[in-house]
Ligand binder design. Structure first.
Ligand code: PDD
Length: 287
């Protein structure tokens, strides 16, 4: 099946899609991105991702490339053309093309937009969730504005590679105070030794995960004690459960941290329940 990408105003064959060599995203990582999960061909948590996209653009003073409504139409078209049933849509917006100069170009170029969409292996993901995954911990090495979803992901890529080389799926960054910030591409959670569900608050230097927020809103009807409070790697290792959340992983149980078993080494009941609840809610609220 042929794949299609949206590049600056038109759909082109994925293999022919290209951007300019002086796109500031390419040269300076001067751009932002979003990833939506797709369920049944529809965008999940749509609003939260649009809101965060607009915030990221505003924080970097990159112009909005089109209205939210227009963008949504293009995203849906990308899903349709690529026959995505369950998968992901990726959107990136850069400051655009300009002669290389670190400061922002004046006048501003048109922002450059790229969209791709793909199916993902849901059966494989479910099998992984049934077994759980490993994470490693690493010192925080990212810049101080991780609340902006920028395409400058080199520290994240290096951390992910380190995880892979150690047989783990994710890397958790640990700040100078010894507290876990978040994963290279997900938010981090534990059910601590006292049975309290914990994830770091978003006032510090982490991405305000859309999945994270949806899960918190789902907790109301569950009988789960919850606190937005950071934890150390040792607290995670002594926790009853751990898991990660994000558009790519949804809710993924974590069964080892730095090779040490969490709980009895199997996905815990809270993570398993929240995964099912999130998928159900996302399927119900899709736009
Ligand atoms: N990553 N933290 C980081 C650093 C992330 O990159 C992501 C998402 C999250 C979770 O955010 P959300 O729930 O809104 O997806 C947290 C995407 C999926 C990625 O980079 O592919």
């Amino acid at each position: 099946m042929s794949r299609w990408a949206y590049v600056n105003g038109r759909f082109v064959r994925h293999g022919d899609a290209a951007v300019h060599i002086e796109d500031r995203g390419y040269q300076l990582a001067d751009g932002v991105y979003e990833v939506w999960a797709v369920f049944g061909g529809k965008l999940a948590d749509s609003l939260g991702h649009f809101e965060r996209l607009e915030r990221s653009l505003d924080e970097l003073r990159i112009a909005r490339p089109m209205s939210r409504k227009a963008l949504e139409l293009v995203l849906r078209e990308a899903v349709r053309r690529n026959r995505v049933n369950d998968g992901l849509v990726y959107l990136q917006v850069t400051r655009g093309v300009a002669r290389r100069d670190h400061a922002f170009p004046d006048p501003q170029p048109a922002p450059a937009v790229v969209i791709t969409a793909k199916n993902t292996d849901q059966k494989g993901a479910a099998a992984k969730a049934a077994k759980g995954v490993g994470v490693i911990t690493l010192p925080e090495s990212r810049w101080g504005r991780c609340d902006i979803k920028t395409i400058g992901l080199l520290p994240n890529a290096i951390a992910k590679q380190a995880a892979r080389e150690q047989g783990a799926m994710e890397a958790w960054f640990v700040d100078p105070e010894g507290l876990v910030t978040e994963g290279a591409s997900s938010n981090a959670w534990i059910v601590d030794a006292e049975g309290v569900l914990r994830t770091r608050d978003t006032s510090a230097n982490i991405l305000r995960g859309v999945t994270r927020k949806s899960i918190i809103s789902l907790l109301g009807e569950q009988n789960i004690r919850f606190e937005e409070r950071a934890f150390t790697p040792d607290e995670a290792k002594g926790a009853r459960e751990a898991f990660i959340t994000g558009a790519g992983t949804l809710v993924m149980p974590v069964v080892t941290v730095d090779g040490e078993k969490i709980g009895d080494g199997a996905p815990g009941p809270v993570a398993t329940r929240l995964r099912a609840l999130y998928i159900e809610a996302a399927q119900a609220s899709i736009t």
